[in-house]
Ligand binder design. Sequence first.
Ligand code: ZN
Length: 498
Amino acid sequence: MELNEALALIESTQKKLFAFGAASSALYLDAVTVAPRDTAEGRGVALGVLAGEQHKILTDPVLADALAVLEAHKGELDRLHARETEELGRSVRQLTRIPAEEYMTYAQLTNEADDVWHRAKEQSDFELFRPCLEKLVEYNRKFAGYYDPDKAPYDALLNEYERGVDTAYLDGFFAEMREKLVPLIKAVGEKPQPDDGFLHRHYPVEQQKKFSDYLMDVLGLDRGHCGIGETEHPFTLNFTNKDVRITTNYKQDDVASSMYSVIHEGGHARYELDITDEVQYTCLAGGVSMGVHESQSRFYENIIGRSRPFIEAIFPKMREFFPEQLGDVTAEAFWRAVNKAQPSLIRTEADELTYCLHVMVRYEIEKALIGGELEVKDVPRTWNRLYKEYLGVDVPDDKRGCLQDSHWSGGSFGYFPSYALGSAYGAQMLRNMEKDMDVWGPVSRGDLSGVTGWLTDKVHKFGGLLTPAQVVENACGKFNPTAYTDYLTKKYSELYNL
Ligand code: ZN
């Protein structure tokens, strides 16, 4: 095969993969938003066929030939084609390494595990889920060997979610978190808590919807390219850089819940919309990694959205949307209320300060499980001990303990650390952004264009043109977790008068 033919072939292949991916995403979006209750069967069949076709496209020997030609001409490729070859080659090698039979059995297992996990969680019965989890751990240890036989199993899995990240890197990161945050959380816990009762007054959904529209305007999300829907768990779904959907969940007795979902998912959407046209319809489209994506959503949600200047900027408008609920509340009181920090049991409801320790518990357990140092039957006991040690809370049952997250039942081991890394990357980006420009002046006037411009230039525009490590270096310089602990120490010292 000639070089030109190989280039044409990978271009058309990636476009096909885009189309199959887009079709699957559209079915998924339909399922979780507007599809009637008893309609899952047909979609299940369609999704199965689409997944099978995607697998066929990626394991086609002609594609492997084309990639071999491109790899042989590596030096002649431009940046776009070089990165496409690298990423596509990686996906192909991985898929062909896992024997088809094991791949199918594993897909069935995760399907079954999801169902069992739901029931086990509902009944708060870990024993019900234990056999599934044992199999999932066993498969993931085996797959880790297929992904990268030269790495320790957990390192190989981590590398799947955040390229270049391993246990040596994370051990150092979490040691820093443990050392600085455990005493900080204790000090905060000894101070009086702000009143946040007004967040839980009655906030009608119709008013909240109008407020969501306003927040999307503040984030500069063009409604011609970014839609908003409602789902039980908020998420962001990207088709292209011109078609992104976010969802939120309205709670009538909690105005901050949807508000911060919209800003968080809006941050994910901002990233997707700002990616260059150059990578669309290729495997480099979309955000570069989970960790970098979370760094962006959490940047908008916490660093900007929960900052005093931002709240002072939007609060007068908030009072127009909710005159009865917020008429007697000040911007300062609102800022304190949405930053209330308190050790708790549930990760997804945790505040900015304690969040990282929830992730640390999961990291230590996964590392030991995949490393073979912890048996599945001992997960609840270890979980509860670590929650007591790091957060000082007693876990009353497995439902609010080790059965709370869906990740393990979906077969994701090594995914959790990305959440904590993302927060830490964001804090370091802020430090660099503050060196380059006046961040808070415009934010205090409700103008986020400078922030978004900086993030677009350093992070968003590249998509997958750079590797995750290159993007992080581009925006953060050499990664240093103390930027994050310094940021949290400063913020919570001010909030709690430490
Ligand atoms: Zn997110």
